[in-house]
Design a protein around this ligand. Structure first.
Ligand SMILES: [Zn+2]
Length: 230
């Protein structure tokens, strides 16, 4: 007999598979990121199709097995109507969850990332500025997983002069061999503030649209370990 288990967590993503099934990735409290297959979830009579939507906080009962776990029951504990009802917020939420899903290993508990994710969704729901909040969430998730970029001056000597960006590391000055793109003080100081401030205060960091795009590209390259400025 397959083992039954109960779990709670945030749905990071979900996609339709086969004729009527849905495959969700859920960041659970006890097991971290897990894939869960909901058989016949897209049938009209199924109560689970609408539960397994990204951003929902859900309770699940599932069979443990090799490959994706098999859903037995799902119930909705918390949804975020303020996010799903506004495009800019929904896009930020989905982008953040997608970024974090890519960073997380499967079936490894990451309670800090889960509480960070809940905090991110709660702040979005309350109306925090989505673009800045997204950057703060991604920076904090990288740090929580031990991949945070070095933002305290040059990673080698601590200097705050002539800084450049090294994907996978963070700031490095030209004297220490930094050859990447130049990092203006306003940009890296803003990133440092976003990583230090609680998510609820991220909205205090003022950024121009170009700066938001640039930081986003830096984090994408940093998280992947390669670098492709958009
Ligand atoms: Zn240096």
């Amino acid at each position: 007999m397959a083992k039954l288990r109960r779990g709670w967590g945030i749905v990071l993503s979900a996609k339709d598979v086969q004729e009527t099934d849905r495959l969700a990735t859920v960041l659970t409290e006890k097991e971290g990121k897990v894939p869960i297959l909901a058989k016949r979830a897209r049938r009209i009579e199924s109560p689970y199709g609408a539960v397994l939507e990204p951003t929902n906080y859900v309770e699940l009962i599932y069979y443990v097995r090799v490959g994706p776990y098999l859903l037995k029951e799902a119930s909705l504990l918390r949804r975020y109507p303020g996010i799903s009802g506004e495009l800019a917020r929904l896009e930020a939420a989905l982008e953040g969850l997608n970024f974090v899903e890519g960073l997380l290993p499967e079936r490894v508990p990451e309670p800090r990332v889960l509480s960070l994710t809940v905090g991110f969704l709660e702040e979005l729901e309350k109306g925090a500025p989505p673009d800045v909040l997204l950057l703060a969430y991604e920076l904090k998730a990288l740090s929580a997983l031990g991949h945070g970029p070095h933002l305290e001056g040059c990673v080698r000597c601590g200097s705050e002069e002539d800084l450049t960006w090294s994907p996978g590391e963070g700031l490095i000055c030209r004297s220490c061999g930094g050859e990447g793109e130049e990092m203006p003080a306003s940009l890296w100081r803003a990133m440092r503030m976003l990583s230090r401030l609680p998510l609820s205060s991220a909205g205090r960091v003022r950024l121009r649209e170009g700066e938001v795009k640039r930081i986003r590209a830096l984090l994408r390259g940093h998280g992947r370990g390669d670098y492709n400025p958009a």
